[in-house]
Write a protein of this length. Structure first.
Length: 234
């Protein structure tokens, strides 16, 4: 990442520090949509073997989540174009014509080796945002902004805790996490108390969004990777 891109990231991150959602998830959601739109833009039947199509073919396709997100944005031609290379690759597996006895193992290999390019790009961006966040939080003014918002989701707090440089910041982030979760819980409890009129007319925006804020806090944005069964972050 060059210095100009780094400054742009830093400015974007500062803007979302005090939002009622995880700042890293917030930027990644926008990036994910931009990336998918970029792929849709490269899926015209007339484009031929673009760099993107070759990359997608080498990656064995998108992951389940991103194939479906792509399909929602793209039309029938784009979906066809971005799928035919994968179908072609599978049809070329030796013995797939019914005469081979190792086909299932080869198919499993193909599926195991899906390296979704959208996931890969987002992972790089996520890593850059976490690094930038740590640098921003060295300044008191940014710490105060961060304290006003909902703060990092649990998956991103875990990811950040894996970094050696996070050490001095962890205490602050965990303390904030506890206060931020307490606020979300209080908003959710209040929402329940104000279920019926006339109290329902006094529901605040944060109370109405408390359920979604709680879900985002617990699992991150839609599609966010969390800990796997062996507690490895992937
Ligand atoms: Zn997050
Ligand atoms: Zn993916």
């Amino acid at each position: 990442m060059n210095a100009k891109e780094k400054r742009a990231d830093s400015a974007r991150l500062k803007e979302v520090l005090s939002r009622n959602e995880c700042p890293v998830c917030s930027l990644l959601s926008d990036d994910e949509f931009d990336l998918l739109c970029h792929w849709v833009g490269k899926s015209g039947p007339e484009d031929g073997a673009t760099e993107e199509r070759i990359r997608l073919s080498d990656s064995n396709g998108f992951c389940n989540y991103h194939f479906w997100r792509f399909a929602k944005i793209s039309g029938m031609y784009g979906n066809a174009v971005m799928s035919i290379d994968q179908i072609g690759k599978i049809l070329n597996i030796p013995g797939f014509n019914g005469k081979g006895n190792n086909v299932i193992a080869l198919l499993k290999d193909h599926i195991k080796n899906v390296r979704c390019p959208v996931c890969a790009d987002l992972k790089d961006m996520e890593s850059a945002y976490l690094e930038e966040l740590m640098s921003l939080l060295n300044e008191e003014e940014n710490k105060m902004k961060y304290a006003q918002g909902d703060g990092l989701c649990l998956p991103h707090l875990m990811l950040l805790s894996e970094r050696k440089e996070a050490g001095p910041l962890l205490q602050f982030l965990i303390e904030r996490e506890s206060v931020q979760m307490g606020k979300i819980k209080a908003d959710a409890v209040n929402l329940g108390k104000k279920r019926n009129p006339p109290l329902s007319w006094e529901q605040t925006r944060n109370e109405k969004r408390s359920g979604l804020r709680a879900i985002k806090k617990l699992v991150g944005r839609q599609g966010q990777k969390i800990l796997d069964k062996t507690n490895q972050i992937f």
